[in-house]
Design a protein around this ligand. Structure first.
Ligand code: PLP
Length: 393
């Protein structure tokens, strides 16, 4: 048997430059609301071309502020996807609004825009959304569709041209959850800039990290001012210290995190290239294994930003067994994603059942994320693939 190697599921890619940048901040008295955050935001404006970039304490905080800026409130409707990390649904629930799910397209795992179109057609023909689109329980009134929260799953942007076409002149805001897609491009346009608001996340397994953190980008000036106020306990621009115009939050990012993030942004291309190289090592080795499907890249994705490396197993393969066997050889793996509608709190609140979103569930049941990061070496990928080959045989 092959010598066991222990491989981390993911790993941040931190150099001496990042360490030095954080130490430099610690040598000043400015640990929050200083120059680093402003410079970090400016770099995001430059990189994305968006007029506003607002740094926040997490991707989730960023999405929540977008929901507030889109004026989503009690009983309002937000169309979104069950195939995501829970944050994208939770921010809708924080405002007591009702998420309406649509299933995904099986190839990319992104929202099926045909279904979004169907809902909007029903809405415009009838003036309301028929019950069949709603969850079984957990809501009372049918109010307005305020927003569509789209997730760029595993680093690939959804089909925004199609979505914009469908939502034209409806006033519905498009929130792009680009927490997994920093650096990706859709028809040569940068992820994060494809809707009214885009949100990036910087948890340590993302393409770049600040420890915890996120950035919102938008061209909507009015919303940007509101989000800047809400990030800082509802204090509007020009307000005096301890004056609070709105009910806000402490969603600020600190200076150490911003300084770390600035070095990571400067290294973004290097980090993306290293991730792509690792993905290619996997692709080469896994494409010949029977029963293993490698990630699909949509033709609209003109630049891929690899967030995770997720394979799909053929129906005859037992994922739990494979994952367990991998684990015994030092290789962690994760089912990615477990559908949100089947999470216990969602079943309790909305009465969802298995079978409600069959494509999401099928992909969710067959997907397995393998260890992946920009720091991965070819011999580690080789090890993972050879063990996987052995287990499947
Ligand atoms: C990572 C991620 C987020 C944000 O997560 P935070 O940990 O709050 O930064 C949001 N949505 C998706 C799809 C994500 O993968």
């Amino acid at each position: 048997m092959k010598q066991r190697i222990d491989i981390p599921m993911s790993s941040p890619d931190i150099s001496d430059k990042e360490r030095q940048a954080v130490i430099s901040v610690l040598q000043t008295p400015y640990l929050s609301m200083g120059e680093e955050i402003e410079a970090f935001e400016k770099e995001f404006r430059t990189y994305t071309g968006s007029r506003n970039a607002i740094a926040v304490s997490s991707g989730t905080a960023g999405l929540h502020l977008c929901i507030r800026a889109a004026k989503v409130s009690r009983d309002d409707i937000v169309i979104t996807t069950p195939f995501s990390f829970v944050a994208s649904t939770n921010v809708i629930l924080y405002e007591n609004a009702v998420p309406i799910y649509v299933d995904i397209e099986s190839k990319t795992g992104n929202m099926d825009m045909d279904l979004v179109e169907e809902i909007l057609k029903d809405y415009s023909n009838l003036g309301y959304i028929p019950d069949r689109w709603f969850p079984r329980k957990g809501w009372s009134k049918k109010k307005k569709i305020r927003a569509i929260l789209v997730v760029d799953v595993f680093g690939q942007p959804a089909d925004y041209d199609r979505l914009k076409n469908i939502t034209q002149n409806t006033g519905i805001k498009i929130i792009e959850d680009s927490c997994e897609s920093l650096g990706a491009e859709y028809r040569n346009k940068k992820a994060g800039t494809l809707g009214d608001f885009g949100v990036f996340g910087f948890y340590p397994n993302k393409q770049i990290t600040t420890g915890e953190g996120g950035v919102i980008v938008t061209n909507d000036e009015e919303s940007a001012s509101l989000m800047i106020a809400l990030r800082n306990q509802g204090r509007a621009a020009g307000d005096m210290w301890l004056n609070h115009k709105y009910l806000g939050y402490n969603y600020r990012l600190d200076e150490m995190s911003a300084a770390l993030g600035r070095v990571q942004v400067a290294r973004l291309n290097e980090l993306l290239e290293k991730r792509e190289r690792a993905a290619n090592w996997y692709n080469q080795r896994l494409s010949e294994i029977k029963g293993v499907e490698i990630p699909f890249l949509a033709p609209t994705t003109t630049r891929t930003s690899w967030f995770v490396y997720v394979i799909r197993l053929g129906g005859e393969l037992n994922r739990a067994r494979i994952s367990k066997e991998l684990g015994k050889r030092g290789i962690p793996s994760r089912p990615y994603f477990i559908p949100i509608h089947l999470q216990p709190y969602m079943v309790e609140k909305f009465g969802y059942k298995p079978g409600d979103f069959p494509i999401t569930e099928d992909i969710g049941n067959r997907s397995l994320a393998l260890p992946f990061s920009s720091t991965m070496e070819e011999k580690q990928v080789e090890y993972v693939c050879s063990i996987l080959r052995e287990i499947i045989k």
